[in-house]
Design a protein around this ligand. Structure first.
Ligand SMILES: NC(=O)C1=CN([C@@H]2O[C@H](COP(=O)(O)OP(=O)(O)OC[C@H]3O[C@@H](n4cnc5c(N)ncnc54)[C@H](OP(=O)(O)O)[C@@H]3O)[C@@H](O)[C@H]2O)C=CC1
Ligand SMILES: Nc1nc(=O)c2c([nH]1)NC[C@@H]1CN(c3ccc(C(=O)N[C@@H](CCC(=O)O)C(=O)O)cc3)C=[N+]21
Length: 293
């Protein structure tokens, strides 16, 4: 069993980006600039956005955090996005999800300039991804592809089972794994809450991507010997023994599943850090494409 260490792989991506930034500076060019919009004060969202801003600093990008009250109207939020779209220095715009219920996420995403949509959530970028055209790939599935590549995990001809069909993880993951080229060329089964015989389907998976958000859902009985298991899920569960007061749980029963795997991602330290590294890569490419291509 080998651990797919997202902390390590993301560090090597960040090291490469640092060199890219140094090169831009040496050529007297501007550095990549990411704007993150955080609405309300959801604890998990605060943590993730803080981690993204910190990662920007680490590699020498500029970052701007725009905070808005939970009660902000759609119109006001659209104003913020319009200003960021028009700001020439900004290369990437990210609206941290989920948004408060009174705001339509799709309406907000549609307003982001697709050339600055480093999350890859805009319909034009989703369309480009489906067609296999160069575009911003959503950070979590992109990070998983980079992780598979980093560890040279074989994917060609494998049966990949993706649990979850969300627009930010499961759906794009299934499209990327079924695409041609490496890592891809898988035969993909997408599972969701209406899937029958999910256990049986999982057992036939050479690769399992668990992205449903149910702690320890994937048990040892659902995993075949030698499988590759990617655990996307992160759920905070109350744990008084922890300093923070909570523990992070993946969608996989790691202790019992890991011994059966050829490769597995831990939580934390697996997909999470790769998501951030992928976002930085998208932001760098946006900067180069917008300014210097
Ligand atoms: N590590 C990282 O970087 C990231 C981690 N995450 C984590 O990944 C998890 C999933 O996130 P996200 O995709 O946004 O979640 P969503 O809640 O948007 O989607 C969950 C998906 O799982 C399906 N599902 C739910 N319960 C079951 C079940 N019992 N059996 C089969 N399928 C089920 C749902 O089906 P249906 O469509 O039928 O409702 C849905 O398609 C969460 O824990 C989240 O915190 C998310 C983003 C990034
Ligand atoms: N517009 C938008 N884009 C996103 O990419 C996006 C989003 N909204 N909403 C929520 C999800 C979640 N997400 C994570 C990012 C990093 C970690 C991460 O770094 N996790 C660490 C642990 C962090 C901790 O301590 O909580 C790890 O797994 O090691 C996790 C989850 C991005 N998302």
């Amino acid at each position: 069993m080998q651990i797919l260490n997202g902390k390590e792989a993301s560090q090597s991506i960040k090291d490469a980006l640092k060199l890219n930034v140094a090169q831009l500076l040496a050529e007297g060019k501007k550095v990549p600039h990411l704007a993150a919009i955080l609405v309300g004060n959801n604890g998990a969202s605060e943590t993730y956005v803080a981690a993204k801003v910190k990662a920007c600093e680490e590699v020498g990008f500029k970052s701007t955090l725009v905070r808005a009250e939970e009660s902000i109207t759609s119109l006001k939020l659209l104003d913020i996005i319009r200003d960021l779209n028009n700001d020439e220095d900004i290369d990437g715009i990210l609206v941290q999800l989920p948004l408060p219920k009174h705001i339509s996420e799709q309406e907000i995403i549609n307003a982001i300039d697709p050339d600055k949509d480093v999350d890859g959530f805009h319909p034009s970028n989703v369309g480009r991804m489906v067609l296999g055209q160069p575009t911003f790939i959503p950070a979590t599935p992109y990070g998983i592809m980079l992780l598979l590549e980093h560890y040279k995990v074989e994917t060609k001809g494998k049966h990949a089972v993706v649990i979850g069909r969300s627009h930010i993880v499961g759906r794009p993951m299934s499209i990327l794994l079924s695409g041609s080229g490496y890592p891809g060329n898988c035969t993909v089964t997408v599972c969701h809450s209406h899937t029958k015989n999910l256990e049986e389907i999982c057992r036939s998976g050479d690769i399992i991507v668990a992205a449903l958000g149910r702690p320890e859902f994937v048990t040892a009985e659902m995993v075949k010997e030698g499988a590759v298991v990617i655990d996307v899920g992160i759920t905070r569960v109350v744990d008084p023994s922890k300093k923070s007061g909570f523990a992070l749980k993946g969608d996989v029963d790691y202790k019992n599943v890991a011994p059966k795997c050829s490769f597995i991602t831990p939580v934390p330290g697996g997909v999470g850090p790769m998501t951030i590294a992928a976002l930085l890569k998208n932001t760098y490419h946006s900067c180069v494409k917008r300014n210097y291509d």
